[in-house]
Ligand binder design. Structure first.
Ligand code: GUN
Ligand code: FE
Length: 427
């Protein structure tokens, strides 16, 4: 028999895009890793179960970061004065090259995982580097921490510096080795196929990765149409393709298994249609898009066309690991887009962005990011008593104040798949 327990507090979540479900002083009943239901009062059958009473605190779903680069954590807040391609050359590739050393990887990755824990990110879709051993280490460290992640060993076999490139053969063999070892090893930590992006992977490699995704039935993550310079380069490399997304599609990497593409700032109509048809997720990373002068992604339009969307920090293009910062910046860039589009592309409400940061991205992981029946119980207990309020606030207002003015210090507890997660050990 799996253990049943309940958590009690001011529960707030979004079952539908933009619509809060609120249970003041309510109960979430959990069996094993999943939610049985949310109740205003505990019914007779649950009278005897253990209740964790969180008093006046808020209880919200854990945050989902749908795209970030663990090895770029050491560069956080640095080198944000270039656009994408020169930024990669100048700052990012030299830093990632250091992860051939697993001791360096252990140091950075343990601090990185602790940072996610601190900020209430319970699920993450993570790029490692091309290095097999430090990629495996990152998976082990996530598993040990009790946080959930897709972790991708990155593939790069062209247009990369000699200190950060693989042969096609090594790239495929190392990826296969990780898939064989990790596809079934952990429940909460899984491998994901991770071609860095079209400029650094030739068609032979992309196709081999598409085949591996299918063979092991694993998801895919990459970058798409982030920056003008990048898109021009892809056009030069693939004059035969209709557009950037079409290159991934040709390789079997565009929705044949669950797929998430970071950015999509400059996607054309044809690409949007293909994403909607194949249910390819967008990881919206506005911090990164501002820092690297990429632009503002057409998120309202993508959503209205049926493309699934989640939010992402994209560190270290993004400068913050906090999904609270990402939510706020998503609101701000959408407001600017609203003005720039002559008030056509509507801005977002906090409830809409909260949905994207929880259930929106959570859908990439399965039943994650909501407190509906059958969803995995990922939750944060928010003690907002330190945030100044000079009049009584509703639960909805308290959540908004936490998002805009709170931080990790307001998070009292974290749960992932029904288990409380303690602060990870730093190495
Ligand atoms: N495109 C290819 N690699 C990267 C990366 O590391 N960061 C961002 N933002 N875009 C990329
Ligand atoms: Fe990225």
């Amino acid at each position: 028999m799996q253990k049943i327990f309940a958590v009690k507090g001011n529960i707030i979540f979004t079952k539908e895009f933009g619509k809060y479900e609120i249970f003041e002083n309510g109960y979430i009943v959990v069996r094993g890793k999943s939610i049985i239901g949310v109740y205003k009062e505990l019914t007779e059958e649950y009278r005897e179960i253990r209740v964790e009473d969180h008093g006046d605190s808020l209880i919200i779903p854990g945050f989902v970061d749908l795209h970030l680069h663990a090895p770029q954590f050491g560069n956080l807040g640095l080198g944000l004065d270039k656009e994408l391609m020169p930024w990669l050359e100048a700052y990012t590739f030299p830093e990632e090259a250091k992860f051939s050393d697993v001791d360096y990887a252990r140091k950075v990755y343990s601090a990185f995982i602790r940072e996610l824990w601190k900020n209430g990110t319970t699920r993450a879709c993570v790029f490692a580097t091309i290095h097999k051993n430090s990629s495996k280490l990152l998976m082990e460290m996530f598993a040990e921490a009790g946080l959930s992640a897709f972790v991708g060993k990155v593939n790069m076999n062209r247009n990369s510096p000699e200190f950060l490139i693989e042969t096609t053969e090594d790239s495929i063999n190392d990826t296969r080795e990780i898939l064989e070892e990790y596809s079934k090893k952990y429940d909460l930590v899984k491998p994901i196929i991770t071609p860095r992006f079209v400029p650094t992977c030739n068609m032979e490699l992309l196709k081999a990765l598409g085949d591996l995704a299918k063979e092991f039935n694993v998801p895919v993550q990459s970058h798409l149409s982030e920056n003008q310079g990048e898109i021009s380069f892809v056009k030069e490399l693939h004059p035969e393709s209709r557009n950037y997304a079409n290159v991934y599609e040709e390789a079997g990497l565009f929705g044949q298994t669950p797929t998430v593409m970071a950015h999509c700032v400059l996607v054309d109509e044809d690409e949007i249609e293909l994403m909607a048809k194949n249910k390819v997720f967008v990881a919206h990373s506005p911090n990164s898009n501002c820092n690297l002068s990429s632009g503002i992604a057409p998120i309202r339009r993508l959503i209205s066309r049926g493309v699934p969307v989640g939010l992402a920090s994209d560190i270290s293009g993004g400068h913050s690991t906090s999904m609270l910062d990402v939510i706020v910046n998503s609101a701000q860039v959408a407001n600017l887009k609203w003005i720039k589009s002559h008030r056509v592309e509507k801005p977002f409400t906090t409830a809409e962005l909260f949905y994207l940061a929880t259930k929106g991205g959570g859908q990439f992981f399965g039943k994650v990011g909501s407190f509906e029946e059958g969803y995995e119980f990922d939750a944060l207990v928010i003690d907002d008593s330190s945030l100044p309020a000079f009049r009584p606030l509703s639960v909805e207002q308290r959540l908004q104040k936490f998002i805009y003015t709170g931080d990790g210090r307001n998070i009292a507890e974290r749960y992932v798949a029904g288990k409380r997660v303690e602060e990870p050990i730093m190495y």
